[in-house]
Design a protein around this ligand. Structure first.
Ligand code: SIN
Length: 461
């Protein structure tokens, strides 16, 4: 009997579909096919690859309604957010269709006249990617598009919660004319796939988005065959509201950052540090805005969908209860809607006041719609607290004072800074973290680099 993976709607617990699981042997076969396809794909012209990526981009746009509905069904995010994600995902393909044509080498002036020195760039080889459930489309295209643009072949292992979007994206790639072995997917146990990908000599690069512990394991496993790695790992984003902030803007952007995808993004603000002088006003307005967010099944007109699964839900509840036990007060939210039998979990958007640095929520990534607020009086203290974490993905701050702003931006140890901006992610900008939040960047002109090798050719004449 074929082993299957059942996919359920996290907002209702309803069964959606089953997908076939790949065996060890099937995955090995796909890697071999990827290796063989690389020999020809890497020799195609950049213009040809660019044109195929453009066709893929166009087909995603043609099918955007279906794709958004699929994302909402398997991930649970509100339909409006899913529609936004489809455009965001397609945007990476369009961006890298262009970047394919800009992979430049260089010549170096030699020390003698009887030499020419060239530097060329070439594709690293077959790439294996392990992608998360929180952006079932965009986290695939952000890796696949630069890989294909560079001339690499690509195998995706999507998250078990959201394999359907991945499958549909690959089908559309085939429809666009991208050869079947150039982009493939596998569905199988994560630990097994991770081991096969990292052990296999034909796979030359691992690209992963997910938790820091799994990222560290993949880096260790990749060491034996010295693979290239790109790691987009956990975050614990601080959001500082300075005494010189435009409070209305800070509230609006803090809500957007904290509650995007029900708080389930690596770059969501995880803890709010608010200057004591403006705290009461900020807290009042923020609480009011959060209490208006509607929670429910993503296909309805809501702002906050379900938590992806029981494990994610339990983590949020544990942090919330720990904070309450240690003295935090709930300004709005704080309740749950849970049905273990049906398999759905919702957390009411929550604002916590009187939060202190000994609470777990001030140290761990929450991945849920809970906003803990603490105060500060000295900006250096706020920066110290903001940087006091092994993570370094995204950080936000709000100030209208440009000297203060530059000072904060330059002293935060984070790969992405949102200054008066709760949504800095963009296809044309580098996305990635410092410290234990990752290695490498995705998107922007930086995003194709991790898929390229540098070759130096010294010619005697
Ligand atoms: C993530 O959560 O890892 C991605 C978020 C984004 O691209 O903005």
């Amino acid at each position: 009997m074929t082993n299957v993976l059942n996919v359920y709607n996290p907002g209702t617990g309803d069964y959606i579909a089953s997908v076939e699981m790949d065996t060890f042997e099937a995955i090995e076969e796909k890697i071999t096919a990827s290796h063989i396809a690389f020999l020809s794909w890497s020799k195609t012209s950049a213009i040809e690859r660019s044109s195929l990526l453009r066709k893929w981009h166009a087909l995603i746009l043609t099918n955007k309604t279906e794709l958004a509905a699929l994302i909402t069904a398997e991930n649970g995010k509100p339909l409006k957010e899913a529609q936004g994600e489809v455009l965001y995902a397609a945007g990476y393909i369009e961006w890298f269709a262009e970047e394919a044509k800009r992979v430049y080498g260089r010549t170096i002036p030699a020390s003698t006249t009887d030499k020419r020195m060239l530097v060329t760039r070439e594709a690293v080889g077959p790439v294996a990617a392990i992608t998360p459930w929180n952006f079932p489309a965009a986290m695939i295209t952000r890796k696949a598009a630069p890989a294909l643009a560079a001339g690499c072949t690509f195998i995706i292992k999507p998250a078990p919660d959201t394999p359907l979007t991945a499958i549909r994206l690959v089908e559309l790639a085939y429809e666009a004319g991208i050869p079947e072995d150039v982009i493939q997917y596998v569905n199988a146990d994560g630990e097994m796939v991770g081991k096969i990908f990292t052990d296999h000599p034909h796979i030359r690069k691992i690209s992963f988005t997910g938790s820091t512990p799994v990222g560290k394991l993949l880096i260790k496993q990749s060491a034996d065959s010295v693979k290239h790695v790109s790691m987009e790992l956990g975050g614990h984003a601080p959001l500082i509201v300075d005494e010189y902030a435009d409070i209305k803007r800070a509230v609006e952007q803090a809500v957007a950052s904290k509650f995007r995808n029900a708080g389930q993004t690596c770059v969501c603000a995880n803890r709010l540090l608010v200057h004591a002088a403006i705290k009461e006003e900020f807290l009042h307005r923020f609480t009011q805005a959060v209490s208006q967010l509607r929670v429910g099944v993503g296909s309805k007109d809501v702002n906050i969908g379900p938590i992806i699964n029981k494990k994610g839900f339990e983590k949020i509840v544990a942090q919330l209860e720990d904070a309450k036990k240690k003295g935090a007060s709930v300004r709005t939210g704080g309740s749950y809607d849970q049905d273990d039998e049906k398999g759905y979990y919702f957390v009411q958007p929550t604002v916590l006041d009187q939060v202190t640095t000994d609470m777990d929520i001030m140290h761990e990534e929450t991945f849920g719609p809970v906003a803990p607020i603490t105060t500060y009086t000295d900006i250096d203290e706020a920066i110290r607290i903001a940087n006091d974490t092994p993570y370094g993905l995204a950080a936000y701050f709000f100030t209208e004072n440009y000297r203060r702003g530059l000072y904060i931006a330059e002293n935060l140890k984070y790969g992405i800074i949102g200054w008066n901006d709760g949504g800095p992610s963009a296809v044309q900008a580098p996305f990635g973290g410092m410290k234990e939040s990752g290695v490498g960047r995705e998107g922007g002109i930086e995003g194709i680099e991790p898929y390229l090798e540098t070759k130096y050719i010294s010619i005697g004449i």
